[in-house]
Design a protein around this ligand. Sequence first.
Ligand SMILES: [Zn+2]
Length: 670
Amino acid sequence: MTNPLLSTWDTQFALAPFDKISDADFAPAFEEALLAHKADVAAIADNAEAPTFANTIEAMEAAGEGLDKVLSVFFTVAGADSNPAREALQREFSPKLAAHSAEISANKALFGRIKSIWEARDTLDLTEEQQRVLMLTHRGFVRGGAALEGAEDARMKEIKSRLAVLGTEFTQNLLADEREWFMPLAEVDLEGLPDFVVDAARAAGEEKEVGGPVVTLSRSLIVPFLQFSPRRDLREKAFAAWAARGANGGATDNREIAAEILSLREERAKLLGYASFADYKLETEMAKTPGAVRDLLMAVWEPAKARAEADAAVLTEMMHADGVNGDLAPWDWRYYAEKRRKAEHDLDEAALKPYLQLDRMIEASFACATRLFGLEFKELDVPLYHEDCRAWDVTRNGEHVAVFIGDYFARGSKRSGAWCSAMRAQAKFPEVQAPVVINVCNFAKGDPALLSYDDARTLFHEFGHALHQMLSNVTYESISGTSVARDFVELPSQLYEHWLEVPEVLAEYATHAETGSAMPNEMLEKVLGAANFDQGFATVEYVASALVDLAFHEGAAPKDPMAKQSEVLAELGMPAAITMRHATPHFAHVFAGDGYSSGYYSYMWSEVMDADAFEAFDEAGSAFDPETAKALEAHILSTGGSVDAGQLYERFRGRLPGVEALLKGRGLAA
Ligand SMILES: [Zn+2]
């Protein structure tokens, strides 16, 4: 019998036959599909015919179909509905996949073919999209070190494996420091803490088996503790431990690891011919150069610092009125900011929740897509991997566009967070395939299920990613949907969050679960007003981290990263009561792996764009302006990575994004 993962999926919309797949099918299907992909790649690399776009680049695009099928199902269930068997399989598959892709990028014969096609590119009469795929393929191999020979090639391999070891050590040291420290709380220390913090402190104490509540260094516990505890001495103690993660001396200290990582990254970039690691890293991004990143961050820095300083004065006054003299310290900020928030914007989450029913919010996210892009949604009855999953047939003018799957509820078998992935990406080569896109969230179940405002934002955010996949209209899968630069990929998702805040959307869909009445205006205004509270603080702690990250990777690697960090902060004039959101010894985004190294700016880059992009609708006079929606789809949502991100944005907006809309949105505009 054929393995159901590898058989032809003879189902409605060729969905994976979840009712026929069992855990025992994964390993044999994986092995078979991996071997098949290896054979495909070998056949392309060793082809006796002269290299052409069709027999090399397109052949690579078409290869590995079986592996795609197996992995799309496996990673979906491993993330959203895991069990010990699936966890064991994941531990087995991950290193094999890493080795497999390393083997492909080190294949000299394959690279030789790609290189000769690249060099002949101007004579090949390729479409714009084909030129782009060729450029990306060639660049990917070069950046991986495929063009290096002899000693340089060997050194690159050494650097890569040493960096992998250091990244893991950095993470493990950080986890060890976070696990190690806790602060027991006496019953009297709980005064002033809201129930949810007390509950979390008790649960943490039980986990540590210390017979009473504790504060730990988990962000979800220490941040609310700093926000609500009136005990300044305890806040100071907890903050000091939190700030010292990764810098406690001894075996778990990350400072030397950070220095070694930075120096190896610089060496790696130089081997590949780049002036610095930041130049290497940013080449593939929309930002492209360290200078462009710095310009953006500095344009936001000054207004944010001014706002933070003004806020610091208000909070200091509140502290003095509280009978505490002296300067506002980093362990005071969140506490007085919370008091101020309560006084100025008190939003009662408990009263808000009944207005945010999950089903109504799903309807709202669909309805906006109907008005903007003409998409229609019809629920399907198909077998999926868990009874909580729902699926919809997405159509436009009666034509099938995509299948959308929503897996909304939290459960023990699901990892935390929310995400969007394409179980099948849109493509037209080697044949037309419609996308199958899934959103996974962790909302609490209920009857009816109710969301917090943050949850509702998450729902719209992930659906924005889903639209980027579903409206994709390109030929090649490698550049389809969300296969775009990292600093561009959050544009569609963050942009879509804006439609939740359109008053007419909330007025229609935020209806009370029991009475059915619309959200009162006063509540609506509070919801919308709370969004930019304390943004001076949030922006300063974030931008400072992003600028330190950039400084680390621009130019020569610092011998002493801690000294470099102090130097950057001093030059910026960092406000005394605010620290970096992530200081160097625990800056996992930058040191746990390569993902966000000299890339921490990208969250703000995307936010600048989403604010600026939504303003195009404002300027057109309506959040549903049809012409603007058409341009958004034509230039951003349908184009995947087929065109440079900066060009796409300019085609949509007629210019590159400016920071004004972001400053306004965060309440930082002068
Ligand atoms: Zn996202």
